[in-house]
Design a protein around this ligand. Structure first.
Ligand code: OMP
Length: 282
């Protein structure tokens, strides 16, 4: 079964919220945990336990494991395995992108069966050229995994690259290139990352999100200020699954499991777009 189909099924069951597992040093401190691999492990397992059975997908932020070297990455390996065992899909947020020959190494690490770091999907940066991502696209397609390619990121600096080109902007080309990877039938497994805060740019650059036939990861909910209204405005023209991601806002309610669950439920309600009229239709 493809990632696109597995994701659609999981979202149908649990809703579309993606919970980011971002063990920032400040959050570890707030939870009374040491900034060590053991602290990361307790943090990650507590979040997973709180969300298992109620969310479709988690997104561990790789940098925050990598800063602890091999022992941090071992914690991430365990988290990926335990998430799968708990029936929660994983998006490894590593934002990988390299020249083709060495991109194959990243693809083997994150998207191949038997790799200790294999996740259900991986975030990719296309700014060495979309085609340089081919080894990851191939590995994902061969193993039933997915990718999320950065198109319009939620940080203000992204505009200096992604908005370049006017009507034929860099972001627009990324959207078109990703859409070309997804055939029209089953839900595609080549997704995009578009910040939930990027609605004005989506409109100004004229991005057509209706033809992607793949999922869109939408970080920026909560700590970065986006909510239901921003999601509606940004993704009014989209047709596939939208995965709003919230990390710090949810995580700051830990370490108490009941409070974490409550924060997840609150975020799920905030991003639930079902039954909401589209802007301008009321
Ligand atoms: O690829 C991402 O996930 C990502 C892309 C983007 O444009 N903006 C963005 O914030 N992210 C990630 O989404 C998460 C957002 O975290 P919070 O702002 O704490 O909810 C972090 O892990 C970011 O690295």
């Amino acid at each position: 079964m493809t990632f696109g189909s597995r994701l659609a099924a999981a979202v149908g069951r649990f809703g579309s919220l993606c919970v980011g597992i971002d063990p920032h040093p400040s959050l570890l401190a707030a939870w009374g945990l040491p900034d060590t691999p053991a602290g990361l492990d307790t943090f990650s397992e507590t979040v997973l336990e709180a969300v298992a059975g109620s969310v479709a997908v988690v997104k561990p932020q790789v940098a925050l494991f990598e800063r602890h070297g091999s022992r941090g990455m071992a914690v991430l390996e365990r988290l990926l395995k335990h998430s799968t065992a708990a029936g929660v899909l994983t998006i490894a947020d590593a934002k990988r992108g390299d020249i083709g020959s060495t991109m194959a190494g990243y693809a083997d690490a994150w998207l191949r069966d038997g790799s200790a770091l294999a996740a259900d999907a991986l975030t990719l940066s296309p700014y060495l050229g979309f085609e340089s991502l081919r080894p990851a696209l191939t590995a994902a397609s061969e193993t039933g995994r997915g990718v999320f390619v950065l198109a319009l990121t939620s940080n203000p600096e992204g505009a200096s690259v992604q908005h370049v080109g006017g009507e034929d902007s860099v972001a627009r080309r990324i959207v078109q290139a990703a859409a070309a990877e997804n055939d029209g039938g089953t839900p595609g497994s080549v997704g995009l990352v578009i910040g939930a805060t990027a609605g004005a740019a989506v409109r100004r650059l004229g991005l057509d999100l209706g033809t992607l036939n793949g999922p869109i990861l939408a970080p920026g909910v909560g700590a970065q200020g986006a909510g239901r209204q921003e999601l509606l405005e940004t993704f009014a023209g989209a047709s596939g699954v939208i995965l709003p991601n919230s990390s710090r806002e949810i995580l700051s309610s830990g370490p108490d499991a009941a409070r974490l669950r409550q924060a997840v439920a609150t975020a799920q309600r905030a991003v639930d777009l079902s039954g909401v009229a589209e802007p301008g239709t009321d």
